[in-house]
Unconditional design. Sequence first.
Length: 396
Amino acid sequence: MTDVPAFLADPGLHAILDALPAARIVGGAVRDALAGRPIADVDIATPDPPASVQAALASAGIRSVPTGIAHGTVTAIRDGRGFEITTLRRDVETDGRHAVVAFTDDWREDAARRDFTINAMSMTRDGTVFDYFDGLTDLRAGLVRFVGDPATRIAEDYLRILRFFRFFARYAAGPPDPGSVTAIRQAVPGLAALSVERVWSELTRILSAPDPCPAIRLMDELGVLAVIMPEGADPGRLDCLIAAGAPVDPVLRVAALLTGDPLAFATRLRLSAADRDRLAALRQAPVPDPGVDDAALRRLLADHDKTVLIDRMWLEKPVRRRLQSRLAALPVPVFPLEGRDVLALGVQPGPLVGSLLRQVRAWWLQGGCRADAASCRSEIARLAQPANTPEISPKR
């Protein structure tokens, strides 16, 4: 850990803090700076109300956008980067999904409404840390702990159950906090109140940790996994995938973890079309025998996404590394003809064009995807040649 984190030297951040002298950096940037980890976004909090924040930024020549003005958030744009600036808040009312807030000038009151102690610290521009709930001690110990009473924090927003596992996967260095475990076990039914989009977002973040296995096993033990993956999940399969050295890839990890219907899972959680199709392909793509020749592998590459075929090998026991290497080394074969090539040979437009293309492509596949365009045109000419009529001459 360092006394004055390097990110504080950012000129854009300096300009904003010059305009808002009462402001501090909060949340993840403080946590990760103190942990010596890369910093993604820098969030800022201030006791100043949103209108005053906008006015101060404008006076300093800094453009701002009211991205969440109802909740006190303004985004300052400096040097092409966005910095979220939020007025200190306290909760007035919560229902497990949404909160009604009021502005405050009390830093401790704002920190008290945050989820975990490691996320409740704030830092001034000179590196001074304000830590009202022993977050630095927990960070050093690798302990993820709710601020205050865990049951109360969870009841304010049930997404915090999944956020607990996200931070546990990245920061935990030992057994989970007993009070948090008890509160999560009792609050599992509250997960039903969450939107499926929020569930999928948090699940992908959990699975993006270098090794999410301890967190996933704890989710399974507490009944969380059964609620968010009712199609079925086997943490042991994820253990095997990660032990094999597979890349950090949330969709690949879901493919390993999930035991039920991938399309049902993707539909329920409203995955993007790309994620849905990739998940289904990872579970359904053919797996070649280790001894197949290159012609067979080229036929697979002609009909299936190369990345999917390679990643599919990670899901096998044992992992077929030699096949992965062979697939990676082979170029993807592309059938060299289109419909216009058939028409150019004198075939009349109509169903026969598609039929001839399908027949020639099958012939091309059978030959290991080696035939070039000229050879394929010759084959079309042969197939299209009616009995007792002059030959069609393929154009070269």
